[in-house]
Design a protein around this ligand. Structure first.
Ligand code: DQQ
Length: 537
């Protein structure tokens, strides 16, 4: 088959055909997970947007349902754009989404399940009193969208924020309501930032520093921190800060430990946008969904007949250091692990590769832990002018020899590694401390032309002296997507790549080390992954 067919993902959320973008209204209701998503029913390019709907009991196997929300009324006739679900008292879900109205204005509408006893919530009713929030006053009607899950406050009001901008001032406009129907704009936005441009898909939720533990959006208690995320239209990346929510003045105050702009923290330093979390009451965790767009050409999307996937859902919590979040693929993903191979206590010598044989490595999950303790002193000196990790990854790549590293994995590689995507670390020394750089280098991922192959990178906020020189990496490989989790989920990177030869049973997996110092693998395990039931494919 042509390589484009072999590039189809196997266990990532996708639609049988056509275009998908933002995850919408994820929720858990009576034992069932729902995922809605922006979908073009007619073509593998953006347009004609409806809310497609799937359900699952494990977020791994998905069954499709009829479209939940689609243009029918004056308040959404030109499109049903992104939004969120909130569970109201009495266990009643409600969706708030952005409708593109008759006059092409962005307005906010609500929809309710027609029949609460239908376990799949197949039909959604849009009351005629919509829109419930209109762009009024100084609000720009073409920059007013993507309401968040609402939270309930001690003032007996629901609150939601809506992404907006005023000139280049990015804004999360705050609205309040007693009954979810009549909404009043607050005097001040929950948060805003100069020179940001449009803030799409804001997300705002409480976090705790307890691994895997999450809480409902309305929980307020001592010690709780909040995460505020926006999708920056100008850069097409998601940025967040950790901070505190002042629920008296209804302001979000970032903790100041990371910049509150487009140089700040990211859930994912790769191809990951319009993400959204929800509280999974079933397992008491917060789960993050994100959209990963294609990086082949539009022409190829027409040939494939599909475009866009959702990343593997990730549990998300606050790191113990309070500075950032940690993410990890939901445990249910492990159910897909079948054939297992691995190596233990193996030295990867300078300039060498070790092939991990015995599985179909085009659809795999790899976990590896490295021990760098014997060579930490030999790390290259870090230059303080290296503030942009993506640029640094691009300049140094996976081939330029360093002290410690580049070392890591070659995934979706051919036997001769003429095609390969490098997932790796480089370690630098800065005074008594170490700086860890994590990269995806897809520049050799495919012999095909016309592909967008950006190198991605992030620093890893992780203390190697405390970990005894140990550093871990997990990478989910799925034909045209590579999702990596460094230092147990402290830095994550997603790339879309389209090998021409490293497809199907010709895809190989290697550990590599292009640094001057040898690197020890404590343990590496790789699993071939089963294909779940995915919306009928
Ligand atoms: N996608 C939606 C908008 C949102 C954008 C339209 C983000 O609501 O701002 O499909 O990808």
């Amino acid at each position: 088959p042509p390589a484009t067919i072999s590039n189809r993902t196997g266990y990532h959320f996708q639609s049988p055909k056509n275009w998908i973008n933002d995850p919408n209204g994820p929720m858990y209701y009576n034992g069932i997970y729902h995922l809605f998503y922006q979908f073009n029913p007619l073509a593998p390019v953006w347009g004609n947007i409806v809310w497609a709907h799937s359900y699952s009991t494990d977020m791994v196997n998905w069954k499709p349902l009829r479209h939940a929300i689609y243009p029918t009324k004056p308040f959404d006739i030109n499109g049903c754009w992104s939004g969120s679900a909130t569970i109201l008292p009495g266990n009643k879900p409600v969706i708030m989404y952005t409708g593109i109205d008759e006059q092409n204005r962005q307005v906010q509408n609500i929809a309710f399940p027609k029949n609460l006893s239908d376990p799949y919530l197949r039909e959604w009713v849009k009351p005629d009193y919509n829109p419930v929030i209109k762009p009024e006053g100084d609000i720009n009607s073409s920059a007013f969208r993507d309401p968040t899950t609402a939270w309930y406050g001690p003032d007996s009001h629901w609150k939601t924020i809506i992404g907006s901008r005023n000139g280049r001032l990015g804004m999360a406009v705050l609205y309040k309501s007693r009954d979810f129907i009549k909404w009043v704009k607050a005097d001040n936005p929950l948060h805003s930032a100069q020179n940001a441009g449009m803030w799409e898909c804001p997300d705002f939720f409480p976090v705790l520093p307890k691994p895997m533990l999450g809480v409902d959006n309305s929980v307020i208690r001592n010690g709780l921190k909040h995460v505020f995320k926006v999708s920056l239209d100008e850069t097409r990346y998601d940025y967040y800060t950790v901070g505190t929510y002042d629920f008296i003045h209804n302001k979000y105050v970032p903790n100041g430990l990371s910049p509150d702009n487009n140089t700040g923290l990211r859930f994912d330093y790769g191809n990951f946008y319009a993400s959204k979390t929800f509280f999974d009451e079933g397992k008491g965790r917060r789960v993050l969904w994100g959209w990963s767009n294609e990086s082949d050409s539009t022409q190829e999307d027409w040939e494939k007949g599909w475009a866009g996937i959702q990343t593997i859902p990730r549990a998300l919590w606050l790191d113990g250091n309070g500075r950032q979040v940690v993410q990890w693929p939901i445990e249910e993903v492990n159910k897909l692990r079948k054939k297992e191979v691995g190596i233990r206590r193996k030295i990867v010598k300078s300039g060498s590769v070790i092939e991990i044989k015995g599985i179909e490595a085009a659809q795999a999950d790899v976990e590896v832990s490295f021990d760098l303790s014997s060579s930490l002193e030999k790390a290259e000196k870090f230059n303080l002018s290296w503030t942009d990790p993506q640029k640094l990854c691009g300049q140094k790549g996976a081939d330029e020899k360093g002290g410690i590293g580049p070392f890591g994995l070659f995934v979706l590689a051919t036997d001769d590694r003429e095609e390969r995507t490098a997932v790796f670390f480089r370690i630098f020394k800065e005074g008594q401390k170490h700086v860890i750089l994590m990269c995806h280098d897809p520049t050799k991922s495919s012999k095909r032309t016309g592909l967008y192959k950006p190198t991605y990178g992030g620093f890893v906020d992780y203390d190697l002296s405390k970990s005894g020189g140990k550093l871990s990496l997990r990478t989910l490989i799925d034909h045209s997507v590579v999702e990596s989790f460094g230092a147990k989920g402290r830095t994550c990177i997603t790339s879309r790549i389209y090998p021409n030869f490293a497809v199907g049973s010709n895809a190989r997996l290697f550990a590599f080390n292009n640094g001057a110092e040898e690197v020890k693998i404590i343990e590496l395990t790789a699993w071939e992954m089963k294909k779940p039931f995915m919306n009928g494919i």
